[in-house]
Design a protein around this ligand. Structure first.
Ligand SMILES: O=P(O)(O)OC[C@H]1O[C@H](O[C@H]2O[C@H](CO)[C@@H](O)[C@H](O)[C@H]2O)[C@H](O)[C@@H](O)[C@@H]1O
Ligand code: UDP
Length: 457
């Protein structure tokens, strides 16, 4: 069997219980590699004064984890810059937040070249190479320039934007051309795959044949939707453990019989937290009888804190939670428990299970694994209800959730009220269907489907 080399900006070794990096990509790749010996290469997350290209190698649970340190300038121009100030906002439909600076694209090109230099000597002739996410789009092109002929696949964890949005990026053609150095391109959803097709045929003057092979820039690349799944078994094991049980008890004790609505997100403007709070406020305004009977626990874990848009959304959320709590709280009830810290996955499992409603309302999201975790954590005999944004990739697979438009405050408010009132039989029916889907399309199925398509099986 050929070896699998996985490359991503964020690396979190398998076996790490989730105390480290927060984010679906690291969680999913750790699970995907746990059962597949291979190499995971990426940024250590550390910076040093002068880039050395030195690779640090650790062996964890059958996986070789190889990392390099970057320079502070790389962190600013590549990670905080082109990745998270230019591409992330644009791909999440926030053209207003997308900043384009020459130093960002230079930093992006430099780090991708550095990754290619470091990675090339590790590659064996039969290795399959699987590169992840928007930080590393040009990596295959750089590897090809260094003579790498292996099969290389790319998976985009975030949405691919509509053609007209992508046209606002000054170097959009070069970015898309770089994708044609891959053999296989994977997207989270049919919606993203179809937006990519639209760019190829409508902008790049290319074509797409019946087998899903795109032709453009004098090259070809196969592409398709490969929705990422949850590590269902791993998550269920975490949910059945002592930590999750203790957390569930703790939540129940603190609930005082009140119904809990839960949100768990990185503190990111794409997650729709402000609109979510306003929708919840609408519930309190329209349904006085629910006041003091419910509360919203929002875990908003700080993320990308050096980027100004993240500082701004944090300040806005502080203000809006303060205002709502000030307006509605009573001496022994706070409508929103707003928490800015990270939790371990097993702690989250206990929190999810205590919640009558899982509120997942991003304005745009590649997939959203929290939606899947919320479902997997439920008590089969008395499950809660998932309220899910139509703009999360997960909504293509999770039609039995209450699907909402997160921009429509009334609609989200009504779904919350409907979820709170839903009878047990309907909750169980919906949960069973959702759970069947999670099991059918788990993280192993995702990995196997992508790797088989990459290998040309
Ligand atoms: O690495 P960070 O900058 O701390 O950000 C965390 C991750 O955020 C994004 O996650 C995406 O991947 C998930 C799994 O496929 C998906 O469910 C979610 O919708 C995406 O937003 C980002 O794409 C990752 O690269 C980051 O590591
Ligand atoms: O305090 C936290 C908050 C989130 N997460 C995990 O981070 C991931 C978030 O992934 P998702 O796909 O929902 O969104 P992303 O953050 O990757 O955009 C999920 O596995 C969460 O369990 C975590 O471990 N601790």
């Amino acid at each position: 069997m050929s070896r699998l080399i996985v490359v991503s900006n964020r690396v979190q070794p398998p076996g790490d219980g989730g105390e480290g990096a927060v984010g679906g990509l690291a969680m999913a790749l750790a699970a995907a590699l746990r059962e597949h010996s291979g190499v995971w290469f990426g940024w250590s997350g550390q910076t040093i004064d002068e880039y050395s290209g030195q690779i640090s190698i650790q062996k964890v649970g059958g996986v070789t984890v190889a990392t390099v340190d970057l320079e502070e300038q790389d962190r600013q121009e590549y990670y905080n810059g082109y990745a998270n100030r230019t591409l992330w906002p644009l791909f999440h439909y926030r053209v207003d937040l997308s900043a384009y600076e020459r130093s960002f694209s230079e930093g992006y090109a430099r780090v991708n070249a550095r990754f290619a230099d470091a990675l090339t000597p590790l590659i064996g002739p039969d290795d399959l190479i699987w590169i992840h996410d928007y930080h590393l789009i040009p990596l295959a092109q750089e590897l090809r320039r260094r003579g790498v002929r292996n099969r290389i696949g790319f998976f985009l964890h975030i949405p691919w934007p509509a053609r007209r949005l992508l046209l606002t990026l000054p170097d959009h053609a070069a970015l898309v051309e770089a994708l044609f150095a891959y053999d296989l391109l994977g997207f989270q959803t049919e919606d993203s795959a179809s937006a990519f097709r639209d760019y190829v045929t409508g902008e790049a003057g290319g074509s797409v044949d019946e087998d899903g092979v795109a032709h453009a820039f004098g090259r070809t690349a196969k592409f398709g939707a490969f929705p990422i799944g949850l590590d269902v078994e791993g998550f269920e094991a975490a949910a059945g453990g002592d930590v999750a049980r203790a957390e569930l008890e703790r939540m129940r004790a603190s609930q005082n019989g009140r119904a809990m609505i839960v949100g768990v997100d990185r503190l990111d403007y794409s997650k729709g937290l402000e609109d979510r709070f306003l929708a919840y406020e609408q519930v309190l305004v329209d349904h006085e009888e629910l006041r003091e009977q419910v509360f919203l626990l929002q875990i908003a874990t700080p993320s990308r804190e050096e980027v100004d848009a993240y500082q701004e959304i944090r300040a806005r959320l502080d203000a809006v939670t303060g205002r709502i709590n000030g307006a509605f709280a009573t001496v022994d009830w706070v409508p929103i428990r707003y928490v800015n810290r990270g939790y371990r996955r097993d702690e989250l499992a206990g929190v999810y299970r205590a919640a009558r409603i899982g509120l997942v309302t991003p304005l745009r999201d590649g997939m959203n694994l929290v939606a899947k975790e919320y479902v997997a954590a439920q008590d089969p005999e008395d499950p809660g209800v998932l309220v899910l944004s139509q703009f999360a990739g997960a909504s293509e697979q999770m039609g039995e959730a209450l699907i909402v438009n997160p921009f429509n405050r009334e609609e989200v408010a009504e779904a919350i009220v409907r979820g709170l009132a839903m009878d047990k039989a309907e909750r169980i029916d919906r949960w069973r269907a959702l759970m069947d889907g999670l099991r059918r399309s788990d993280v192993s199925a995702w990995r196997d489907a992508f790797v088989a398509a990459l290998a040309g099986d």
